[in-house]
Design a protein around this ligand. Structure first.
Ligand code: SAH
Length: 437
């Protein structure tokens, strides 16, 4: 259960307007859809590239639209609001729960002397801010542990927003030859480092948290045809030279050869190889150094087909229109992540957010928060964000939690262990009961 000592965070957050990708929408792999482009830097850059080298994969298109160093959507996005709102931006509960989850796993591991909290794609920094508040409230537990925070963020603008939220802006830029490009000290006195990629984060006992991160990584799209699998590509519309459209590759591509499973039954498939590489890296690290990864995202277990969506001003936005000005996302395929873990580590989930949060004791926590709130506006905001998180039609059934853990966390390494140890392995919180012992 969530300790009653945790108090409502001081930060005021915006109210939720949109929730992320809806379950269904217009198909995009037919090769026939065309739309008008709104201009802007990414589009100009892409048109030049398309004229010079021909059609791009959807993954290349998505990468340019989101993280092009000058004009990408995330590269330019600075703070809260605008096109989408995520759960940590409207509620303190996700961060508190993730903080408690890490503490409970740290205790189950026998309280290692050092712990790194690594957040991938921290957005405004709200989740880590809430986790740090939990660590501060439970400081007596952590008094002998050397805690550090490691943020993986490509967007210079967002790293500034994170620095402001977590350190009050007191950060120092590092020279090019250092792994971290920026460092600072959190308002609660914990060192924080920023990196461009997971490969730069130091090895060691770590919790890796990815909240609405994997859905922003570039996907490849494939369509089954009478002649076999074809990749969906992005090209210039021949009838409107400043507009983009989807086409199908005339023959199979290296990606169709490598990414489609022989037993695939769907007609349309999305694959995110960057997520696969990330999982392999996390699996190697967790296998070697211990710790865990907690992945929270919109997703499915290998059943959905066309989930590639754009969001702008809280509304669905044509993915091919004005790239760089809208958020692009695709649901996470958890079955693919499980496959990519390659048995190196154990996986748990995906479990629906509604169930994960209930298992973590959010209902009791909500009661405490409501009792402690002084005005009706705060109470209303609490109830509104609770509904966003738990309502099955909103995030409750569509947002999932998925964990990577060392095998020995779930299965004792030796048979003798079972005979010798006095207590069985504690359940993994969220996927089972939360016990803070
Ligand atoms: N986790 C936050 C924000 C999600 S938005 C939340 O739930 O509120 C996605 C975040 O990932 C942004 O911070 C974006 O800048 C970052 N990002 C996107 N692609 C990235 C990449 N390839 N490498 C590192 N960070 C990336």
């Amino acid at each position: 259960l969530l300790p009653a000592a945790l108090r409502l965070g001081g930060r005021r957050r915006g109210s939720a307007a949109a929730l992320g990708p809806p379950g269904s929408g217009s198909g995009s792999g037919s090769g026939a859809r065309s739309c008008s482009a709104g201009g802007g830097g990414v589009l100009r850059h892409l048109l030049l590239k398309l004229r010079a080298t021909g059609p791009l994969t959807v993954a290349e298109y998505m990468r340019e639209a989101l993280t092009n160093p000058g004009q990408g959507y995330y590269t330019r996005r600075g703070g809260v609001g605008g096109d989408f709102v995520t759960a940590p931006e409207v509620s303190q509960l996700p961060g508190e729960v993730v903080g408690l989850w890490c503490l409970s796993e740290w205790m189950a591991a026998g309280r290692p002397a050092a712990m790194q909290l690594v957040e991938l794609g921290p957005g405004t920094g709200a989740l880590t801010d809430d986790i740090l508040r939990v660590f501060k409230q439970l400081a007596s537990l952590l008094s002998k542990c050397d805690v550090s925070i490691h943020l993986v963020e490509v967007s210079p603008k967002l790293s500034e927003t994170q620095a402001q939220m977590l350190t009050g802006g007191k950060v120092q830029s590092n020279s090019e030859d250092e792994a971290a490009y920026m460092k600072g000290i959190s308002k609660t006195g914990i060192p924080i480092y920023w990196y461009r990629g997971i490969q730069d984060v130091p090895q060691g006992y770590s919790f890796y948290v990815a909240h609405e991160f994997l859905d922003a990584l570039p996907i490849h799209k494939f369509q089954r045809t009478e002649k076999g699998w074809r990749e969906v590509l992005v090209d210039i519309d021949p009838e409107a030279p400043d507009q983009l459209r989807f086409v199908l590759s005339p023959s199979s591509t290296p990606a169709t050869e490598n990414f489609i499973q022989p037993e695939e039954t769907r007609d349309h498939v999305e694959v995110c190889p960057e997520a696969g590489v990330l999982i392999q890296r996390l699996a190697s690290r967790i296998e070697k150094d211990g710790g865990a990864a907690l992945i929270a995202d919109y997703g499915h277990d290998g059943t959905k087909t066309d989930t590639f969506r754009g969001f702008r001003n809280h509304k669905l936005h044509d993915v091919l229109k004005a790239p760089g000005t809208a958020d692009l996302t695709a649901d996470v395929d958890f079955s693919y992540l499980r496959k990519m873990a390659q048995g190196k580590i154990a996986t748990l989930g995906p479990i629906k957010q509604r169930e994960f949060l209930k298992n973590m004791g959010v209902d009791l926590r909500m009661q405490v928060l409501l009792q402690n709130s002084r005005d009706s506006a705060t109470r209303e905001q609490l109830l509104h964000s609770y509904d966003m998180l738990m309502n099955p039609k909103k995030m409750g059934d569509r947002f999932h939690f998925f964990a990577l853990l060392p095998h020995h966390r779930l299965t004792p390494p030796h048979k003798e262990h079972n005979l010798q140890s006095k207590s069985p392995l504690p359940p993994v919180a969220g996927f089972g009961e939360l016990l803070l012992k």
